[in-house]
Design a protein around this ligand. Structure first.
Ligand SMILES: [Zn+2]
Length: 204
């Protein structure tokens, strides 16, 4: 995910597809979570690996106080052209070594009850950004590492600044290694078959 402060909020370019993730640590890195920020606008972009055109763009308007704030989002669904404009509340907790840790308050309502869960990440599934639990993303601890990777693969789009191998978690690297090993075994089998065929045919 990358940000720009050019202020093209409300622009027709704001569009989203697939599963896009918002992470408070990314917002922090983009220096968007600075107390005293008042109605700062811009856009957030997500790119698939290697592509120059963003796969999703969301306009934002952010206001940040000492311990709370609000991130207003606007975007349009690529396929249905439906437009959305709503705010996700932000809250900060103080770390015991100093500094603040920012959280989203999940804005979704399930069965008439507001979720209000405090989360570091909200995911766009369907039409709205919300917490993992609201979106029913698979999160069983036994399959946690793989399901996370599968979710990332399904999502397709990587956060702009971390769409490379060094940004992978240990579990993701483990999964990548499994894929490589399987690929290597297949190549070995093909190699053996070629050798066998060559031997059968004999030297020319
Ligand atoms: Zn939720």
């Amino acid at each position: 995910m990358a940000g720009s402060g050019s202020g093209y909020r409300w622009s027709k370019k704001a569009r989203v597809e697939g599963c896009t993730t918002l992470d408070t640590s990314d917002l922090n890195r983009m220096k968007l979570l600075i107390p005293g920020t008042n109605n700062r606008s811009g856009s957030l972009e997500w790119r698939r690996g290697g592509q120059t055109e963003p796969s999703s763009t969301v306009g934002y308007l952010i206001t940040v106080g000492e311990t709370s704030g609000s991130l207003r989002l606007d975007y349009q669904m690529t396929q249905t052209k439906e437009k959305f404009d709503y705010a996700i509340p932000l809250v900060a907790t103080c770390c015991h070594l100093g500094g603040r840790r920012w959280w989203f308050i999940c804005p979704l309502v399930r069965g008439g009850v507001a979720c209000n869960r405090r989360v570091r990440k909200v995911y766009l599934r369907g039409k709205y950004f919300g917490c993992r639990r609201c979106h029913n993303l698979a999160y069983m601890s036994s399959q946690e590492s793989d399901s996370r990777v599968y979710a990332a693969l399904r999502r397709g789009a990587h956060l702009h600044e971390f769409g490379n191998v060094t940004g992978m978690s240990i579990s993701q690297l483990g999964f990548a290694l499994k894929v490589l090993t399987a690929g290597q075994k297949r190549l070995d089998r093909i190699g053996k078959r070629i050798n066998r065929d060559t031997r059968r045919r004999g030297p020319k």
